[in-house]
Design a protein around this ligand. Structure first.
Ligand code: DLL
Length: 423
């Protein structure tokens, strides 16, 4: 589709979307009323900046289903991802939304060179996380033999790869590196590993990691981007050229803004990605602030696709960490620590990558009243903290109690996270 045709389609869809949210989603009606904008003011994509932004906090404030635009009996699937507090960000899909999602993933798999009949090993987590089921449905529709391995149990994953000989693998890039290492430990080389393509996303990764992955697994490593609020994986995906991820522009309108001012940056410049869902029915979102920093380019790709391309996100404008594909906000850790009367408000979070495996450790000071050199007391408190963090965040996080006054103090803004990963 050439750009003028695409813009016409996007404009028609935007007009319908705005009318829909104004009439069916009370919090959106209020936002638009507060901003003094009425549905009839929006005639096409050129009017997008008249509309207010949507933030992750809007989803939280309307938890769980307050932003859904259809009655619950039309919601066919629910997923969720971490929010800034203990509360999950909940997303809902109608059956048409699931069809669109499936199509977007299928397009992405095809653009990376996967064909009907290929065997696809899916090692993204299945469950509330969108990675597993999202990729699963897309690969199924394409006519692939899907291996729903889900995440974890590395020994079993290795056996499945050895025995089933899949053509493609979909998982986080850090997990793929780890799997590569385990395969090599068992005597395999890039040449005898069956995989030809890897589709990696859900966390930032660099060109250096791409080279490493391609060498280790003997594959073409492609990048896939997405976020639960907008759809899940497949909002954009690379093609075999691997020069940016093709955005599914018939379903998503992208803007790139200066995160401070909210104004558009110049075309091709770096800024925060903002998406509007053009066809979503369950949870349509207008100008959703992703906090992901990247660039969007519009020149035609050598593969022939005419869609805009999102370059590898270079970071985030907030403090969200992605640990083994799980989104973690330092504030979630802090909330847990504050529940315990034995600890003080001084803590540090250390993130590292060992053997291609993300690790997270929390050091927290005991308070003077609890401070004890009785090892059994300390061990038991550490175990309780660890269990609570695990249940809230869903990750195994190391906990070490340290003496009162031993962690750094900061003048001005405190710094709670040391991320030593070299991604
Ligand atoms: O991570 C969806 C997904 C699953 C994408 C599988 C790709 C593959 P969330 O858990 O909501 O959804 O996390 C979304 O992850 O805002 C980015 O910060 C980050 N992210 C996702 N893909 C990439 C990528 C899924 N390719 C958040 N490169 C997003 C860099 C990524 N960061």
């Amino acid at each position: 589709m050439d750009r003028s045709e695409l813009i016409k389609l996007q404009s028609e869809r935007l007009v319908k979307l705005v009318e829909n949210v104004y009439n069916n989603v009370p919090p959106y009606r209020k936002k638009m009323d507060d901003a003094g904008v009425r549905p009839e003011d929006i005639k096409g994509v050129e009017d997008i900046t008249k509309l207010p932004f949507t933030y992750k906090t809007d989803l939280r404030d309307n938890y769980p289903f307050g932003l859904f635009a259809v009655p619950m009996d039309k919601i066919n699937r629910i997923h969720a991802s971490s929010g800034t507090t203990g509360k999950q960000t909940v997303v809902g899909y109608t059956s048409e939304d699931l069809d669109v999602w499936t199509d977007c993933i299928s397009r992405g798999l095809v653009s990376c060179g996967i064909e009907p009949g290929d065997m696809v090993h899916v090692a993204y987590g299945y469950g509330l996380f969108t990675g597993g089921l999202g990729v699963h449905d897309g690969a199924t529709k394409l006519g692939c033999s899907v291996v729903p391995a889900s995440s974890g149990n590395t020994a079993r994953q290795v056996t499945l790869i050895e025995d089933f000989k899949p053509d493609a693998i979909c998982c986080t890039p850090s997990y793929a590196l780890f799997l590569g290492e385990e395969l090599h430990k068992k005597g395999h080389t890039a040449d005898d590993i069956s995989l030809k393509v890897g589709i990696f996303g859900a966390e930032p990764w660099s060109e250096a990691m791409r080279t490493e992955l391609e060498k280790s697994l003997g594959i073409k490593a492609c990048d896939i981007y997405g976020l639960s609020e907008i759809m899940g994986p497949g909002v954009a995906c690379e093609c075999e050229e691997r020069k940016g991820m093709h955005l599914q522009e018939d379903h998503f309108l992208v803007e790139v803004i200066d995160p401070e001012t909210g104004e558009h940056v110049k075309e091709g410049e770096s800024g925060e990605l903002v998406f509007t869902t053009l066809t979503k029915q369950g949870l349509p979102l207008i100008r959703y602030r992703t906090k992901d920093i990247s660039r969007v380019i519009y020149d035609k790709c050598a593969c022939g696709r005419t869609t805009a391309r999102i370059l590898k996100p270079s970071g985030r404008s907030d403090d969200m960490l992605i640990i083994r594909g799980v989104n973690v906000f330092p504030s979630q850790v802090e909330t847990v620590l504050m529940e315990f009367s034995e600890t003080s408000p001084y803590y540090m979070i250390y993130v590292d990558r060992q053997n291609n495996h993300d690790t997270m450790e929390v050091k927290v000071e005991m308070n003077e009243a609890f401070f004890s050199d009785k090892i059994s007391d300390i061990n038991s408190l550490e175990a309780r903290l660890k269990a609570r963090l695990n249940s809230i965040i869903g990750l195994s996080i190391g906990v070490t109690l340290v003496e009162p006054g031993s962690l750094p103090r900061f003048e001005g803004k405190s710094k709670h996270v040391v991320d030593n990963r070299k991604i």
